[in-house]
Design a protein around this ligand. Structure first.
Ligand code: FAD
Length: 341
């Protein structure tokens, strides 16, 4: 999904006519030239050639397939909380995923270190908002996702990035049991956890461009009060350390590996991109309305009318400064969508 699609004039004309054809199939559900900025947490982005909101998994499959068989590129948008959308917008169809069903799929007992443990399987559509899912699992006394309270975005976006929290450490991929995907050939498949090859900020769908339809999580029965303590501590930590009420896509850069921190003899052996940016002195750097937050150096904030171009320039300036100071090249965590030069 995180791909850059640049088209020549002939290709643009031909896509316009296939989009007209798609409009005949999807009718009023399909909208043309829709501004994308309102659907992102950064509030930046040009127009989508075509736009459709889906509310059920079958709907998502139908719309994505109808576009793909006509060679119209499809981009999925969940909460728009980890994306930088180009000022030139996104060619093809953008699907806004509003699927929202959560259900219990069963339970089984397991012996672990001599103790019996009850595992419960919870299924969520890929458009389910993570905060809704976390609240549901905490209320049901199911452990595994509680540390993610406050994570913006949807289940699909969280699988794409293998979203994480470090206090206590947890990756969304840790508790994925299986998922239903729509693969590139438009075939619906059930795939196990191993399919995603989850790693730091990584899942295989970043390469395969499968669409996640729904996900089964495996969670351990636990104490409701204890889970809410962890969930509330995560929220409190976010409030203390992250800028609040701003237009931002969260952390801009990935943390670096422990091996890289060692080779580069970084202060305190830190692997945190925020630490490096802070010590490189980039807080408050700005390009027009795009600014590096004074609260958290890894957060870029749109103070009003920032463009994607401004953000890219700011990213480059911050990267150069860290490279100069520590010899480390930071990699972006945010996903660029659309045309970037
Ligand atoms: C204030 C703030 C705090 C944040 N805190 C954290 C944090 O603690 N930990 C963390 O890891 N991240 C954090 N983030 C980043 C972001 O919230 C996560 O990466 C989130 O999981 C993205 O989900 P989304 O639905 O918004 O994805 P989007 O931004 O909509 O999309 C991201 C990518 O996923 C793809 N995608 C979305 N849905 C699907 C699908 N169904 N199938 C296939 N591909 C799909 C998109 O095409 C795109 O390439 C934070 C962001 C903000 C703004």
């Amino acid at each position: 999904m995180g791909t850059t699609i640049c088209l020549g004039d002939d290709a643009i004309i031909s896509m316009k006519s296939t989009i007209e054809e798609l409009k005949e199939v999807l009718g009023d559900r399909l909208h043309i030239n829709v501004p994308l900025a309102p659907y992102t947490t950064l509030k930046i982005g040009g127009l989508a050639d075509a736009w459709c909101e889906v509310h059920s998994v079958d709907d998502l499959v139908e719309v994505a397939t109808a576009a793909r068989i006509r060679n119209i590129p499809v981009t999925l948008l969940g909460g728009g909380s980890n994306v930088l959308i180009s000022d030139k917008g996104i060619r093809g169809l953008v699907i806004k995923n509003n699927t929202e069903s959560i259900s219990m799929r069963g339970a089984r007992g397991k012996l672990s270190a001599g103790k019996s443990e009850r595992l419960v399987y919870v299924e969520a559509d890929s458009g389910v908002v993570m905060n809704k899912l976390v609240r549901f699992t905490c209320d049901e006394g199911l452990a595994g996702l509680e540390m993610h309270l406050g994570l913006p975005g949807t289940v699909g976006g969280a699988l794409y990035m293998n979203s994480k929290w470090m206090r206590p450490e947890g990756y969304v991929g840790d508790v994925v049991y299986q998922a239903e995907i729509l693969d590139e050939k438009n075939i619906r498949r059930i795939v196990p956890n191993s399919y995603f090859q989850f790693g730091y900020d990584y899942s295989s769908i970043q390469k395969t461009h499968d669409i996640v339809l729904r996900v089964v999580f495996v969670l351990a029965q636990s104490d409701v009060k204890h889970l809410w303590q962890i969930a509330n501590a995560s929220i409190a930590y976010r409030r203390q350390t992250q800028p609040q009420g701003v237009r931002s896509p969260g952390c801009t850069f990935r943390n670096i590996s422990a091996a890289q921190a060692l080779i580069s003899s970084l202060p305190e052996g830190s692997t945190s991109a925020g630490f490096l940016l802070d010590h490189a002195g980039v807080k408050k750097y700005c390009v027009r309305d795009a600014e590096i937050s004074n609260v958290h150096a890894n957060f870029i904030v749109n103070k009003g009318k920032a463009t994607a171009d401004d953000v890219v320039q700011l990213i480059n300036r911050a990267k150069e400064q860290v490279k100069r100071q520590f010899g480390v090249t930071l990699e972006e965590e945010i996903v660029r969508l659309g045309e970037f030069s």
